[in-house]
Design a protein around this ligand. Sequence first.
Ligand code: ADP
Length: 232
Amino acid sequence: MEQGAEDVPVVYLHDIKRQYTQGAETLTILDGARLALWAGQSVALVAPSGAGKSTLLHIAGLLETPDDGEVYVGGAPTSQLSDIERTMIRRSDIGFVYQSHRLLPEFTALENVMLPQMIRGLKRAETVKRATEILAYLGLGERIKHRPSELSGGEQQRVAIARAVANAPRVLFADEPTGNLDPHTADHVFGALMQLVKATRVAMLIVTHNMELAGRMDRRVSLAEGKVVELD
Ligand code: ADP
């Protein structure tokens, strides 16, 4: 870790504005949203459907550009970067986990976790070693040769988490990662995410409707009138 790297947020959203135009109507979804995500801290984002949670995640994860405001990653502004530069930051610093696992069905668990590393240019042998280690860490050591269809829902989701952290990102965004799982499995997958925050000091923002899980995270925020508000 660079000296002083923990003095600035891993991601800082400054006065983010995002509007969508539908026919003659303009919807203002985010309207001056501010949020700092810190290394080693888990944040729950709890808000009603349509409040703009996915939009916020996509903007913070550099998948979408805001109409106004700035996204800082490691203290550096990103709005003037080229698409290629943004893609490079996404590959190295940002991980995503979605409600459905989005694993590639023709590939094994191991290959699914190797792929993002290979795209980044790591040597194959290195990607095998690292993918095997991460999968074992998430309790999937016996499942590395299985394809997604041969895994349970909780196992699929843990492979998706392994893939998201394969390149040791500085921040992990998860959009209802346990939404499709039964309560027991959800608890297990959630535990794996919390373990990663503490072990790797990744910053984490998780969208969830589950207040019990939100209560176990370090911090809770919501969206109101396009702004991020702290709960508690
Ligand atoms: P949430 O994740 O909280 O359910 P979203 O961020 O998905 O909310 O969406 C917020 C609002 O923005 C919704 O009303 C949705 O219909 C609208 N919206 C999202 N994406 C688009 C888009 N690409 N075009 C038009 N409207 C959109």
